[in-house]
Design a protein around this ligand. Structure first.
Ligand SMILES: Nc1ncnc2c1ncn2[C@@H]1O[C@H](COP(=O)(O)OP(=O)(O)OP(=O)(O)O)[C@@H](O)[C@H]1O
Ligand SMILES: [Mg+2]
Length: 467
């Protein structure tokens, strides 16, 4: 069980804390001033400090800094009287992990202690895991300290040197582009071209000629002939982004390129052979598209040779502090602003957020913070998180910001509506947004198709076959 050092000059308070924390099973050490506390710190193994900010002699803030010098990773919870929030903020900047305002309930302090110990333990475990992995995968410009992202990089390294087709999956903004480029850069084709094409951004009638090129006179307006992306990518890699949105007619042609590595330009008769490595990406669940019949099964299996699924940011939060440093460093360099870092409190706000827009959203938030900041460190007040319902596609959020800002509007059931009725409304809205397509609606809601059908049957919506 963890050992907690309590530093408090008020004897009654000290006793109360000792009793209550001991009751929760912690071993406690007590000190009435900073000097004594520092002595104990040098002698004993301490897992967490709870300290008053107002102490006789060396004050709480100085003590905090001294304690952090003995062990920077040691969590320190400060207690401070109501009305001295500024001091609490100072303490957070100096490295306190959390604070409680006096008077507080014993439940409150126990909760904070528990949480800080858990976070601390997670960090330690993480570090151990990383060390156990032995070898760390490092790629330029990719932040990947978490075991989940290390796994992704391990796969990237393993497949990069092969010619295998890679299918990258993951929500918007998780880093599919970044990983696609890394695969190319670490392949034997690195000196060849990397050609990207976004299948959604291009209208169907143009997509075909973009991919395969055309001969003069192939269609009205084709005054000259033009090579397509596949030709341009010869000896290199082609990256087909949003492959899930490729229309069926073009899916057939892609299948042929994948099988035979050959195709004809539009309006051409000559068969062209290319040496291309294909990397595809999608933020849709292609298996659901298979069920819908909107995506060809044979093409899917050709693409899905090496699937790499990149986790959403909320599933590898350990990377957030590193990503924050990475982006701050970059935007400070680009803007020339005199910013030296981010306060622990701000990092915590960023770590607590649920990031519906993933790394891209984090990147944008940091860019904005650096651009608007007038100080030399980014603090909680510089971080503007987007809590709008539906922001980046999230319907409702369970996020709680540590910033305490009241402006966040998480959608709330209107007066008189129960939670269940409200959920039904959200389900109807999803059906409207997806024009009645249940697979699509299920994706919007993060439900499986069967779970959605079950909900709909409970709501009394008839289960009609889809058009
Ligand atoms: N692990 C990471 N380390 C550093 N930067 C990252 C990381 N992951 C993503 N980024 C950055 O976040 C931004 C979004 O990443 P990227 O464009 O690769 O996402 P995506 O999955 O392709 O998104 P979309 O589905 O919207 O196309 C980019 O600027 C990228 O450089
Ligand atoms: Mg992308």
């Amino acid at each position: 069980m963890a050992t907690i050092l309590i530093v408090e000059d008020e004897p009654k308070m000290l006793r109360l804390l000792e009793l209550n924390l001991a009751e929760d099973g912690y071993t406690t050490l007590a000190a009435a001033d900073a000097e004594d506390a520092l002595k104990l710190l040098r002698r004993e193994k301490v897992d967490l400090i709870v300290t008053d900010l107002k102490l006789p002699g060396m004050n709480g803030l100085e003590f905090l800094q001294a304690a952090k010098r003995t062990n920077a990773a040691l969590p320190v919870v400060v207690m401070t009287a109501y009305g001295t929030v500024e001091t609490a903020v100072e303490a957070m900047k100096a490295g306190a992990s959390d604070f409680v305002l006096k008077p507080f309930s014993l439940e409150e302090i126990k909760l904070v202690v528990r949480k800080e110990l858990d976070v601390h333990q997670l960090r330690e475990e993480n570090r151990d895991l990383r060390e156990a992995l032995g070898r760390r995968y490092e790629f330029k410009n990719i932040v990947a300290h978490s075991p989940r992202m290390q796994e992704v990089l391990a796969t990237v390294e393993r497949v990069a040197t092969t010619n295998a087709t890679v299918l990258l999956g993951g929500e918007s903004g998780v880093g599919k582009d970044l990983i696609a480029r890394a695969i190319h850069q670490h392949s034997r084709r690195a000196s060849g071209p990397f050609i990207k094409i976004n299948c959604t951004a291009i209208p169907e009638n143009l997509l075909e000629s973009e991919l395969f090129g055309y001969e003069k006179g192939a269609f009205t307006g084709a005054a000259t002939s033009k090579p397509g992306k596949f030709e341009l990518a010869d000896k290199g890699s082609i990256f087909l982004d949003e492959i899930g949105d490729v229309p069926p007619a073009i899916q057939v042609k892609l299948l042929r390129v994948l099988q035979e590595r050959e195709f004809e330009r539009l309006g051409g008769t000559r068969t062209l052979k290319v040496d291309v490595r294909l990397i595809a990406a999608t933020n849709r669940d292609l298996r659901a598209a298979l069920e819908d019949g909107t995506f060809r099964e044979d093409l899917y299996y050709r693409l899905n040779v090496v699937p790499i699924s990149i986790p959403p940011l909320r599933e590898h939060k350990e990377d957030i502090p590193y990503l924050v440093d990475h982006f701050v460093e970059r935007f400070v360099r680009e803007s020339g602003k005199p910013i030296t870092g981010v306060t622990p409190a701000a990092v915590r706000v960023l770590t607590d957020f649920h990031w519906p827009g993933n790394v891209r959203e984090l990147e944008n938030i940091i860019e904005r913070a650096v651009a608007l900041s007038t100080g030399t460190v980014l603090d909680v007040g510089d971080i503007y998180l987007d809590f709008r319902p539906g922001a980046m596609g999230a319907v409702a959020t369970g996020a709680v910001a540590a910033s305490g800002s009241a402006a966040q509007s998480i959608p709330f059931p209107p007066d008189g509506m129960t939670l269940e009725q409200f959920e039904d409304e959200i389900i109807r809205e999803a059906l409207r947004r997806s024009a009645g397509n249940k697979s699509h609606a299920a994706r919007l809601l993060g439900l499986s198709r069967n779970a959605l059908r079950y909900r709909l049957s409970k709501m009394g919506v008839p289960d009609e076959p889809e058009a």
